[in-house]
Design a protein around this ligand. Structure first.
Ligand code: P6P
Length: 345
């Protein structure tokens, strides 16, 4: 005859074994499996990705409680982009620099929030990688509880030793060894690629793990949505006006625009469609940044079967000339982006 205690223990172990069957692949396990496909790898990139995931779990916690913690609102300062700095912007920038700066796998860091290279020369151990990131993209939407995101791009250094330089940071997007974003929305998702497909992981906050929910994401062929800020219609290049006029005349593709790059790209990646941020009178080179916004989205979308262009060439082939340089961005369904390029020519 089992005691009540024995019955409780057996029920609990049954529950644990049952739920373990459902837990699937964690992000940590996936990164490790990816590493095993590179026998010469020493695990430095894997550990770097683990650290990024850790930082993003902390950011997720802060973003999800921002209102309660009363850290909504502005700091009263302005960043290098001339944008008002939200308190969460400041928090996310600092936590990235503090944790990633000390992880020993980077020799240089650059961020949307800082003019130049984040100085790691004081670090006792410098690594073989550089990272460019936008700690909290779309942060102007925070107070309206709209999805925001973190964007990151990782390259192998090209210089031999010592603190990383601009040469290490300003590489073409096709040299990225890993890139991804984390979207803080109805759930927190970590979406990344190391060049072998795009994988999405959803955070289970009850166990603090990112669990694989989107295996080898492939863009649908159907162009479901077009996404752009039509405020700029009259200052777009004529080809873009003609393209959008045609889409609206046909009436088969829905307009969807959130105004938060990570959210707009995440929807485009999963549902299919195109996102456009053309050059405008206010932003003759477009608004979005090549090195820590466009390159990452281009890398992921291309891995998922899509295409990203500045209107003339593949985003990933652009040789950077400035750390914060902007580019026009046409990204999404491959055939549709090629059609946009044709309209521009
Ligand atoms: P606009 C957010 O401020 C951001 O940098 C991107 O996340 C977003 O895609 C874009 O700007 C939105 O710009 O001009 O439409 O407000």
């Amino acid at each position: 005859m089992w005691s009540v205690q024995d019955q409780r223990l057996s029920a609990r172990s049954a529950f644990i074994s049952d739920s373990m069957e459902k837990i699937g692949t964690t992000l940590t396990q996936h990164i490790w499996q990816e590493q095993k496909t590179h026998p010469q790898s020493r695990g430095s990139l894997s550990e770097l990705l683990y650290e990024i995931a850790l930082v993003c779990k902390i950011i997720s916690r802060e973003v999800n409680k921002a209102g309660i913690a009363e850290i909504y609102g502005l700091t009263g300062e302005v960043n290098v982009q001339g944008e008002e700095v939200q308190k969460l912007d400041e928090f996310t920038q600092n936590i990235f620099v503090n944790i990633l700066g000390h992880c020993g796998h980077l020799c240089a860091l650059a961020s949307e929030e800082e003019e130049g290279i984040v100085n790691l020369s004081k670090e006792k151990e410098l690594g073989d990688y550089v990272m460019l990131f936008d700690p909290l993209d779309g942060s102007s939407n925070i107070d309206a509880n709209v999805s925001v995101g973190t964007i990151f791009s990782i390259y192998k250094r090209v210089t031999k030793k010592g603190p990383g330089t601009m040469e290490d940071l300003m590489q073409a997007g096709n040299k990225q060894v890993a890139a991804g974003y984390v979207i803080y929305g109805s759930s927190t998702m970590f979406v990344y690629s190391t060049g072998n497909g795009v994988y999405g992981f959803t955070l289970d906050p009850t166990i603090g793990e990112f669990l694989l929910t989107h295996e080898n994401i492939t863009m649908p062929d159907k162009v479901k949505n077009y996404s752009t800020n039509e405020r700029d219609y009259h200052s777009w290049p004529e080809g873009i006006r003609k393209y959008i006029d045609e889409i609206k005349k046909e009436g088969k593709v829905s307009a969807r625009y959130i105004g938060s790059l990570v959210a707009d790209i995440h929807r485009t990646l999963l549902y299919g469609g195109v996102f456009l941020y053309p050059s405008t009178e206010k932003n003759p080179n477009g608004k979005l940044r090549l090195l820590y916004e466009a390159n990452i989205m281009a890398f992921l979308i291309e891995q998922a079967g899509g295409r990203a262009s500045n209107g003339q060439k593949n985003i990933l082939e652009i040789e950077p000339s400035e750390l914060h340089q902007r580019v026009p961005l046409y990204i999404g369904n491959k055939e549709e982006v090629k059609k946009i390029e044709d309209f521009l020519h």
